[in-house]
Design a protein around this ligand. Structure first.
Ligand SMILES: C[S@@+](CC[C@H](N)C(=O)[O-])C[C@H]1O[C@@H](n2cnc3c(N)ncnc32)[C@H](O)[C@@H]1O
Length: 225
């Protein structure tokens, strides 16, 4: 995890430009993520943005839910600083510098969202435990959704996922940049099969679980308490 933290600490300044080249349809994916909040736009909902990075998800939340009270959580303070600048003119946003697995969810949330972060949790046991913590932190009818990397259900589908991702990367990155990105993927990223994620959410007690968006290696999935 230290390596992941160091990587985001060092690359905070270039993150926003790079993510558009690294993640297919990044903006559509974030729109899909934020659209899962089943509330009226004027409601004063309480939301956590886990691994908020430079604040793009929270910005979208505020655009759709201007009265939302948001807690942005990230363990890389350089990312959190950019989020603070990006969101400076919005009120009711708190910034918490910590590992999201140590975050105290006890005040109760209507929505817990996370984008491109939870694939850094390496172990299945740890992920399941974290889902339990998230579930406990939701108010009744609250929702948890993640936008994240996922594995295909068999080798053929996983190969297809990687090929399609590679095709996307080749549109705007050099061969060297792609090699570097894939090297980092092998070392730092630990996605699980989407279908396993779904079954862990079910085991945790989530209801109306769904996948609201998917493009090969990337999906938006979650459920309701
Ligand atoms: C790929 S970036 C995604 C940022 C943002 N959610 C987005 O989609 O634009 C992942 C972010 O999660 C943070 N992160 C990764 N693991 C974390 C953890 N265990 N606790 C807190 N932050 C974490 C990193 O510091 C980084 O800012």
């Amino acid at each position: 995890m230290d390596k992941v933290k160091k990587h985001f600490q060092e690359e905070a300044d270039v993150f926003d430009a790079r993510v558009l080249k690294a993640v297919p349809f990044y903006n559509d994916m974030l729109e899909a993520l934020v659209s899962t909040i089943p509330c009226a736009p004027e409601q004063k909902i309480k939301v956590v943005d886990l691994g908020c990075g430079t604040g793009s998800i929270s910005k979208k939340i505020k655009e759709h839910y201007p009265n939302a009270v948001i807690t942005c959580v990230d363990f890389a303070d350089n990312m959190l600083k950019i989020a603070q600048d990006k969101l400076a003119h919005y009120k009711d946003i708190d910034y918490v510098l910590c590992d999201c697995r140590d975050f105290d969810f006890s005040s109760g949330y209507d929505a817990i969202l996370s984008s491109l972060t939870l694939h850094h949790v390496r172990e299945q046991r740890e992920k399941k435990d974290f889902y339990k913590k998230i579930f406990a932190g939701l108010n009744d009818n609250g929702v948890f959704y993640a936008a994240d990397l996922v594995l295909g259900s068999n080798d053929y589908l996983q190969k297809l996922n990687l090929e399609k991702w590679g095709e996307f990367l080749a549109r705007s990155l050099s061969k060297e940049e792609i090699m570097e990105m894939k090297g980092r993927y092998d070392e730092e990223d630990h996605p699980f099969r989407l279908m396993d994620e779904i079954s862990w959410l079910k085991e945790t007690g989530f209801l109306t679980i769904d996948v609201v968006w998917k493009y090969y290696h990337f999906a938006v999935y979650g459920g309701e308490k």
